[in-house]
Design a protein around this ligand. Structure first.
Ligand code: F0G
Length: 465
């Protein structure tokens, strides 16, 4: 460790750990982190804030990170025995100096998730280099952990006793776990009957106060905004800009995995649109700091029944967004009025990516295909492969391009969906029309079989040999 510190100079040891301020994404107003309102909206224009680091602008200034030293330091930390270095978020802490002391970080050793090759999907699509960054391999089974470690650490450092979120399930599971680790109390607002059981069980297991509301996700978030304006409760939805600081680190992991040559294309599911915004920020900052030579194209995929950003970009060039009433079985992205749409639109537009939507059948098929690669993911994550197929069919991605799908959640999060698909009870006749054969070829329903070798071997008929 000592050696790391010497080599990285002021990057690690001597530097002040808090170098940030907040900048309004709408009007550009700058405030100190401690002056943010409880709902994280700008007092002047109502838009959201982004974390920025003024010291990074001065090329030769003491706070500007040194790319060569950082790449070396971050790699060294993989062998370090220091607890913070085992986190795939805090391993990159020089790019998120948001705490007074890194000693306050609340971590479950999140991040450092695997980047898998997808050989079968790659072959079918005629792309050599197709990968999945599996964020479902985080401690609570979703990408939310990378953001939660950052924002929960801020909550703890600032002395809050209560934290809260509105959620389609994964944010609440993650928040409840990190709150428990930090010794804080947590409040979860979820849409009644519209989240997967696996996620609800996590919030209970980790000890959150969980309220199921007769409202959709957007309604839950609106209500929570009113609550935090009245009570000293720290809001941990992705309107909280510190969440996005943690969620930008998978971009660093991806760049590192490609030896700092970024892939050509990154494909991300879109719900409340915090994740695509965060990954865009990660790649932008790496480029600006000279860690990488360019940014990948970033494409965002939504479900047809929950596609407000697709419409915004198609109909208004991303300048305004009309909320929709959201419907999709991919409950994680059942969101009609996404908070971070402006930030996500910027990530797509500045990188030359696309935003498109996929049907319920396309999502179910893509999910089964990811399962058949031995990985699995939750339905919302599968929109990435479904979207890639469309982009390929439309000639928007060349066979020579390197593509990374961001799989956001673990397959066990929503086991009911998977079982319904394989039993043939997931999709309606209309939804599966024209794709029956493709669906049947992927279905692997469990069979009831007599407990004899002959009966089990008979069940293999036609499948072996
Ligand atoms: N994939 C999964 C598995 C999710 O849980 C979410 C969002 C998304 C994709 C979309 O990400 O909102 O950043 O665009 N889940 C939130 C929740 C809303 O409450 O767990 P986004």
């Amino acid at each position: 460790m000592q050696q790391n510190r010497l080599a990285a100079g002021n990057l690690s040891a001597g530097m002040s750990e808090n170098l940030h301020q907040l900048r309004c994404f709408g009007c550009g107003a700058r405030i100190s982190g401690v002056d943010a309102r409880p709902d994280f909206r700008c007092a002047d224009c109502g838009d959201l804030f982004e974390v920025e680091y003024p010291g990074w602008r001065e090329r030769k200034g003491p706070d500007r990170p040194n790319p060569g030293a950082l790449k070396w330091l971050w790699r060294e930390r993989r062998c370090s025995s220091e607890g913070l270095d085992h986190s795939g978020v805090w391993r990159f802490r020089e790019l998120l100096p948001i705490l007074e002391s890194f000693g306050n970080a609340v971590t479950l050793r999140e991040g450092n998730t695997p980047l898998y090759h997808l050989p079968r999907a790659a072959k079918r699509l005629g792309i050599d280099q197709l990968f999945a960054k599996h964020q479902g391999m985080n401690p609570t089974g979703s990408f939310k952990d990378t953001g939660m470690t950052a924002a929960m650490s801020v909550a703890k450092e600032r002395g809050f006793e209560w934290v809260a979120c509105a959620s389609t399930g994964n944010t609440s599971a993650s928040m409840a776990a990190y709150a428990a680790r930090a010794g804080l109390k947590s409040l979860v607002l979820i849409p009644d009957g519209k989240i997967a059981w696996g996620k609800l069980s996590q919030a209970m297991d980790y000890g959150a106060v969980t309220c199921q509301l007769k409202a959709d996700f957007d309604g839950c978030l609106t209500l929570l905004t009113q609550i935090v304006n009245e009570a000293p409760i720290y809001l941990l939805n992705s309107v909280n800009p510190y969440r996005l600081e943690g969620q930008k680190t998978p971009a660093l992991e991806i760049a590192e995995a490609f030896d700092w040559n970024v892939p050509d294309h990154l494909i991300v599911p879109g719900g409340n649109l915090g994740n695509s915004s965060a990954l865009g920020k990660g790649f932008r900052e790496m480029h600006e700091l000279g860690l990488t030579a360019r940014m990948p194209k970033i494409s965002v995929i939504q479900a047809v029944g929950a596609n407000p950003l697709v419409r915004s970009l198609a109909e208004h060039g991303g300048t305004s967004l009309e909320p929709v009433e959201a419907h999709t079985r991919a409950t994680a992205i059942r969101i009609g009025n996404p908070a971070s749409w402006r930030k996500a639109a910027r990530a797509i537009q500045e990188t030359g990516g696309w935003c498109l939507d996929v049907t319920e059948a396309e999502i179910a098929i893509a999910k089964a295909e990811i399962g058949a690669e031995g990985l699995g993911c939750e339905p919302a994550s599968a929109v990435t492969l479904a979207g890639l197929k469309k982009l390929r069919a439309e000639g928007k991605i060349a066979s020579s391009e390197t593509v990374v799908l961001v799989l956001t959640g673990h397959t066990l999060k929503d086991a009911d969906y998977t079982i319904d698909f394989h039993r043939g009870t997931l999709l309606t006749t209309d939804e599966s029309a024209g794709r029956e054969a493709e669906i049947a070829s992927l279905q692997r329903n469990a069979q009831v079989v007599d407990a004899t070798p002959a009966a089990v071997l008979a069940a293999l008929k036609g499948r072996v040999g």
